[in-house]
Ligand binder design. Sequence first.
Ligand SMILES: *Cc1c(COP(=O)(O)O)cnc(C)c1O
Length: 456
Amino acid sequence: MKTIIEPFKIKSVEPIRFSTVSEREEILKKANYNTFLIAADDVLIDLLTDSGTSAMSAKQWAGIMDGDESYAGSRSFFRFERVIRALTGLKHVIPTHQGRAAEKILFSIVGGAGKSIPNNTHFDTTRANVEFSGAEAVDLPTPEGKQPGLIADFKGNINLEALASFIENVGPKNIPLCMITVTNNSGGGQPVSMANIRAAKKLLQPYGIPLFLDACRFAENAFFIKKREAGYADVSVRDIAREMFSYADGCTMSAKKDALVNMGGFLALNNDDLARQARNLLIVTEGFTTYGGLAGRDLEAIAQGLEEILDEHYLTYRLRSVEYLGDKLTAAGVPIVLPPGGHAIYIDAKAFAPHIPPHRYPGQAIVCELFRVGGIRSVEIGSVMFGKYAPDGSLLSPAMELVRLAIPRRVYTQSHIDYVAEVVLEVFAGRSSLRGYKILEEAPVLRHFTATFAPL
Ligand SMILES: *Cc1c(COP(=O)(O)O)cnc(C)c1O
């Protein structure tokens, strides 16, 4: 087979700034060893997140110029609505300024004290919005989903047995809806199978519990189904995506992922009464029903992005570019979460730097070293992000210590990815000299954004 190439040519470029190791040592020190506090101009390759970092196409930029900025009844809204209806089959389409705004509106209506929302794995903003409403957010991943080294096709699935007993225990009246996140972001960007979505719907239906998709990466998920699930090899990704949505009564989406834009989102659903309540809230918190916190040009770019994302040449390149980095690291013995997910590679920091205990933050040590050696920005997903303190002051660590290398869509080329692999391998070769970190100052919640560190 020939090399899978970037399915685009480049019309507009943005220079990246080169720096030396000693300059980066200064930059790290000034940022108190927290890569969130580094200015983006000081980063060579930015793999902090795939959210809102996509490169838009010429057609999307043309849409930005062509957007209709009418307050009510904008032509761009009708295009946005038409594209989302055709894709999801859902009746009501409600624009929001990003994914969490759709979550806030949905859970303000259906959440509240005494309610429980199951999900394969809640993304952090989804969990926060469920909990903020007073409801309980419950993760029901499968046992395979919890084993980083285990190779399986659909490690993002929701655990159906656990869901069945959850419904029996909590009672269907207390479950306003069930969510499935595609792909399962917090679970490593792992896909969910069509069989799993279908079976979840079948399980929920007799109880009258609606199924909602957290659809941020629906196209990447659909393409995994095409590649891995029996019976789908010859089905178009558009039809696969349509079938996924056909089991859903609604969805929330951050357009900053698979709609290839820098800002935006939506809530879509079938229930008329719920839609009426959602639109009333939207007007209070986001804006009128035909723009919901977005400019007409944003709606236009999202509509165009939702068409482009289903291009199978794009998805072939997208999944391959993530897998390509994973293959290079795996071949050199670097421990990563396997198999590679749709949008990121996750380094297993516990296996990478076993001499650094969780309370000395092995993931943070790797994040800082990737920046020092190669100017690459990544993010720790482990004890810095999720650590809590026991009453005696000791650190309670999550199960995994990970470093995420998220790949922005259509932004970097194969040589950038080759360079990233070289830097990771250099850091891996010198791993025995990595040293841990201590936290100097931290906020009471979401401390990873602002905490300051010092090397030990
Ligand atoms: C990004 C994301 C969200 C939240 O979307 P924002 O646009 O960042 O508010 C929700 N769920 C998942 C799975 C995500 O990846």
